[in-house]
Design a protein around this ligand. Structure first.
Ligand code: ADQ
Length: 467
């Protein structure tokens, strides 16, 4: 039987799955891998003075993980640099925040080569390799150069950017060309796949077939859409656990006759947190009679704090929450409860369940799992309402949510009012449709359909292209 080797920058299989971790990729992959015979390979998160390529192998909650330490320079240039300061903002349409440093690109390529060199001896002939996310785009090319003939797939967890933005990246063609060493490239949505195809057609004069075989740079690659989701049964079990129930009761008591709106996001500029707070402020301004009756619980763990843009936005959010609370709070009511911490999965599920509204308003997001978690946690007899940014990948499937433009504070204000006053029958009708989507895109379905497609790819990246 072939093994599945999953590769991602950070290997974050939690020691206790119920504890969870604040990151969509980590949650999805640890749920997906628990059922597979295989290996998860990536960076340990640690540094050593000089790179040795020595592997640390251990078992974490049933998942075998193999990690390697990196040099501080790799971490600066590859991880904090090219991945987090260049590709992340660029792929989230933030050219204004994108760093175009040559040394970052060089560090990125060097570190990917190092990963490939360490992984290659672990690969057995029947293994299939599944590489994740923007940190690892060139790695298939590096593995092929080392003679690896196995099936290698890639999945992008972020959006793919519009061509007009991607061309601002020096060496953008080199980056895209390296993707043609994979056998299968997966995206969350048709929109991201369409943007990738458009880039290839215009910039590389490539050809796209109706079944998404893309031919360019003298090579061919199969592409496809595989929308990620959550571990639905696991999440329902977390909601119905003792701690899930206790958290629900505690929040219901604390909300006492007030409606809770919940937001749960890593502290990241792509999540639209400032715009969300401003939209909520607009709602308070527009609806004086509802002040005192509603509050926003915004749970936002600190993320990527080594990168200065993240420190900047953290400062701005602290100030904004403080200003809105200062302006609107009363002696027994505060409009925004802003928390920089993580919660266990069961607590999170209880929080979602107690909230009348889930406010998920990223400015750009590959998918967004919080939208799906919020829906899954609802009480079917009296469900809350999901407000969802039209710019999240999830909006392509979750059209029954209240879709908003997160940049418009007026739209946000109106959507909050609509959600809070929505009749029960309409809430139930919308929730049922959304819950069906959540079930149809369960993380197990995502994993099996991707791996199944990778095993079946007919035209291999190594096949010669006939002109
Ligand atoms: P993220 O940008 O991390 O993921 P998202 O999909 O919303 O975004 O996943 C976040 C995960 O972290 C959720 O499972 C959430 O419950 C958890 N989380 C957030 N805050 C938390 C807290 N305070 N305590 C505990 N858990 C918390 C990236 C892409 C997304 C894509 C995923 C998966 O940016 O677009 O959906 O990968 O592909």
């Amino acid at each position: 039987m072939s093994r599945l080797i999953v590769v991602s920058n950070r290997v974050s299989a939690p020691k206790d799955p119920a504890a969870g971790s604040a990151g969509g990729l980590a949650m999805a992959l640890s749920a997906a891998l628990r059922k597979y015979d295989g290996l998860w390979f990536g960076w340990s998160g640690e540094t050593v003075e000089q790179f040795t390529g020595e592997l640390n192998i251990e078992d974490r909650a049933g998942v075998t993980v193999a990690t390697v330490d990196l040099e501080p320079q790799d971490v600066d240039e590859y991880y904090n640099g090219y991945a987090n300061k260049t590709l992340w903002p660029l792929f989230h349409h933030r050219v204004d925040l994108t760093a175009y440093e040559r040394s970052y690109g060089e560090g990125y390529e060097r570190t990917n080569r190092r990963f490939a060199e360490v992984l290659q001896p672990l690969i057995q002939p029947d293994d299939i390799i599944w590489i994740h996310d923007y940190h690892m785009i060139p790695m298939a090319r590096d593995l092929r150069r080392l003679g690896v003939k196995n099936r290698i797939g890639f999945f992008l967890h972020t959006p793919w950017p519009a061509r007009q933005l991607l061309v601002t990246l020096p060496h953008h063609r080199r980056l895209v060309e390296s993707m043609f060493y994979f056998d299968l490239i997966g995206f969350h949505t048709h929109e991201w796949l369409g943007l990738f195809e458009r880039y290839v057609e215009v910039e590389a004069r490539g050809r796209v077939s109706p079944d998404h075989v893309i031919e360019a740079f003298g090579r061919r690659v199969q592409c496809g859409v595989f929308p990620i989701g959550i571990d639905v049964d696991g999440f329902l079990a977390a909601r119905d656990s003792v701690l899930g129930g206790k958290t629900y009761d505690r929040m219901a008591a604390s909300a006492a006759f007030r409606s809770m709106i919940v937001g749960v996001d890593r502290l990241d500029y792509s999540k639209g947190l400032e715009q969300r707070m401003l939209g909520f402020e607009q709602f308070l301004e527009d609806n004086p009679a509802m002040r005192g009756e509603v509050f926003l619980l915004q749970v936002t763990p600190i993320s990527r704090d080594d990168v200065d843009t993240y420190q900047d936005i953290r400062g701005r959010l602290d100030a904004l929450a403080g200003r809105i609370n200062g302006a609107y709070a009363d002696m027994d009511w505060q409009p925004i409860r802003y928390l920089n911490r993580t919660f266990r999965r069961d607590q999170l599920a209880g929080l979602y369940r107690a909230a009348k509204v889930g406010l998920v308003t990223p400015l750009r997001d590959g998918m967004n799992l919080v939208a799906k978690e919020y829906v899954a946690a609802q009480n079917p007899e009296d469900p809350g309402v999901l407000i969802l940014s039209r710019f999240a990948g999830a909006a392509e499937q979750m059209g029954e949510a209240l879709l908003v433009n997160p940049l418009s504070r007026e739209e946000l204000s109106e959507a909050i009012k609509t959600a809070l006053t929505m009749p029960l029958e309409e809430r139930i009708r919308k929730w049922k449709a959304l819950m069906q989507v959540v079930r149809d895109t369960d993380v197990g379905i995502w994993r099996d359909s991707y791996v199944g497609a990778l095993k079946k790819v007919a035209i291999r990246a190594d096949d010669e292209v006939v002109a």
